[in-house]
Design a protein around this ligand. Structure first.
Ligand SMILES: [Zn+2]
Length: 268
């Protein structure tokens, strides 16, 4: 599932490729993904140019010359490709731009969403702090952690607390901070919270530098894979050996999310 580093990579690549371009054609192969009435969606996009591309949490946001925004959420298996090969049965919505490049919203399982909205108010209202913003400090993390009894892993996935952190990078951050995923958030010491804070920012920054992780079907906009998964210590490494202690990596389910950890390095 694409998380902050994957969406950030797509944002950076799209910014370089399509900023300033305008929409000249839309083909909707699967109406389920589009959150607006289809005619309104197409009418609202055709002729609009793309002023800026941003990311908030796991949302990709295209700011349009009309002042409105095109919001994309990749959910489980969504992706955005530029000029991919034609004849792809998973190409759900196809955008043609004025330089005749083609941007495709591709989605195998069809949970992704595309919405033309007046502004980002509704997105903002659902999201907490960006973990790579300067305002995301150990003190902020301590303030939100200390009043919660839930397993720390669950809390890290709450988008209204930390925006954009997802399953893979939460597991990686907890390993880097040597914290057991089931430990109650409120039971973390100040030192553990400081370690967790730097683990979150380090893990995300390194993953962005690697162009995201291609463990499932994530691709960069040219179809090539990212390499962040090559650095994973626990995520998706069930029964493999911990690089630190040589124990076997385990997988448990925490609030319905598969969670990887090292039982030796991350003791409860
Ligand atoms: Zn270990």
């Amino acid at each position: 599932m694409p998380e902050l580093p994957e969406v950030e990579t797509i944002k950076n690549e799209l910014s370089q490729s399509i900023t300033g371009r305008s929409f000249i054609g839309i083909t909707i192969n699967d109406a389920r993904l589009v959150q607006n009435p289809l005619e309104e969606f197409s009418r609202g996009l055709i002729g609009q140019s793309i002023l800026q591309i941003a990311r908030r949490g796991k949302y990709l946001i295209l700011h349009l010359s009309s002042g409105r925004v095109l919001l994309m959420h990749l959910r489980m298996t969504g992706g955005v490709l530029l000029n991919p090969p034609l004849q792809d049965k998973f190409a759900r919505v196809i955008f043609e731009l004025d330089d005749h490049s083609i941007m495709v919203f591709r989605d195998i399982r069809r949970f992704g969403t595309i919405e033309l909205a007046d502004d980002t108010t509704r997105v903002e209202s659902k999201l907490g702090m960006e973990p790579l913003d300067e305002a995301f400090t150990p003190a902020y993390l301590e303030a939100v952690i200390k009043k919660r009894q839930v397993p720390i892993k669950s809390l890290l996935l709450e988008q209204n607390v930390i925006a954009g952190l997802g399953n893979m990078y939460a597991d990686e951050a907890l390993f880097a901070a040597r914290i057991h995923p089931l430990k109650a958030a409120s039971a973390l010491s100040r030192l553990e919270i400081q370690h967790l804070h730097s683990a979150i920012t380090d893990v995300l920054s390194e993953a962005i530098a690697c162009g995201g992780a291609s463990v499932a079907n994530y691709q960069k906009i040219d179809g090539s894979p990212g390499s962040a998964h090559c650095n994973f210590e626990v995520a998706h490494r069930l029964d493999q050996t911990c690089y630190t202690c040589h124990s076997r990596i385990r997988r448990i389910v925490v609030r319905q999310r598969g969670t990887y950890f090292c039982p030796h390095c991350q003791r409860k």
